[in-house]
Write a protein that binds this ligand. Structure first.
Ligand code: NDP
Length: 237
């Protein structure tokens, strides 16, 4: 049976690194992001028979259409990675309501919508594996990231509950919670200062997280787990 994996947020950063590892392991990939050109470039880099799709995860009809298109063009999606995410860091008192809504809609509602859309096929197949990309801030909190942390903390509760709900259908749901990783999302941070608080003394690379995502995707007896990939940062938070 074909192994088809949809990576939302697969065009850049962590999602792109996951897609690269999965392609090397023989999966067929759907690279999903809002910017189709960038998603196409990422899918093209993988070589082989992979496809790109444009979709805003915060929009239910786009998510539904994307699943229909993926299944038509690639086959049944039995592996799902939710790596689409945004941050709008600021102290709560300065955070605009629109920025609260966009973070919650992309980071939390978006993953709920893609998981829901994936369920139909996974339940029919009695088979499926999902990894949602959370954040260490969702477990520990971080100044200037209260809304972002809430979106990522919510993702943990959602993923654990869903893991219970669908375990009998042989579908697994896990979370990877990264610390600071070198991607577009962190490019403006003061790395020299921040890395002093990371026991391993450096930011992670997207591939460091990708290995953890692929491990959970393929681990047949792990569900409802939160795997922290942070260079030991949580020990100091
Ligand atoms: P990047 O900014 O490098 O990549 C984000 C990806 O998500 C892009 O592919 C982007 O494509 C896509 N995306 C963003 N918004 C949407 C949307 N509404 N619909 C569909 N796709 C979307 O981020 P990272 O790789 O750093 O982050 C990946 C995940 O990891 C995120 O959930 C982030 O919160 C989480 N994370 C990152 C950390 C880090 O240090 N980098 C630390 C902890 C967690 P496009 O813009 O074209 O839509």
């Amino acid at each position: 049976m074909d192994k088809v994996c949809a990576v939302f947020g697969g065009s850049r950063g962590i999602g792109r690194a996951v897609a690269q590892l999965m392609a090397q392991k023989g999966y067929r990939l759907a690279i999903v992001a809002r910017n189709l050109d960038v998603a196409r470039a990422a899918a093209g880099e993988l070589g082989g028979d992979h496809l790109a799709f444009s979709c805003d995860v915060a929009k239910e009809h786009e998510v539904q259409n994307t699943f229909e298109e993926m299944e038509k063009n690639l086959g049944r999606v039995n592996f799902l990675v939710n790596a689409a995410g945004i941050n709008r860091d600021s102290l709560l008192v300065r955070t605009k309501t629109d920025d609260m809504i966009s973070q919650l809609h992309t980071n939390l509602l978006g993953s709920m919508l893609t998981c829901k859309a994936a369920m139909k096929t996974m339940i029919q197949q009695q088979r499926g594996s999902i990894v949602n990309v959370g954040s260490i801030t969702g477990l520990k909190g971080n100044t200037g990231q209260s809304v972002y942390s809430a979106s990522k903390g919510g993702l943990v509760g959602f993923s654990r509950a869903l893991a219970k709900e669908v375990a009998r259908k042989k579908i697994r749901v896990n979370v990877v919670a990264p610390g600071f990783i070198h991607t577009d999302m962190t490019k403006d941070l003061k790395e020299e200062h921040i890395k002093k608080s990371i026991p391993l003394g450096r930011f992670g690379e997207p591939v460091d997280v990708a290995h953890a995502v692929v491990f959970l995707l393929e681990s047949p007896y792990i569900t409802g787990h939160v795997l922290v990939v942070d260079g030991g940062l949580q020990l100091t938070m």
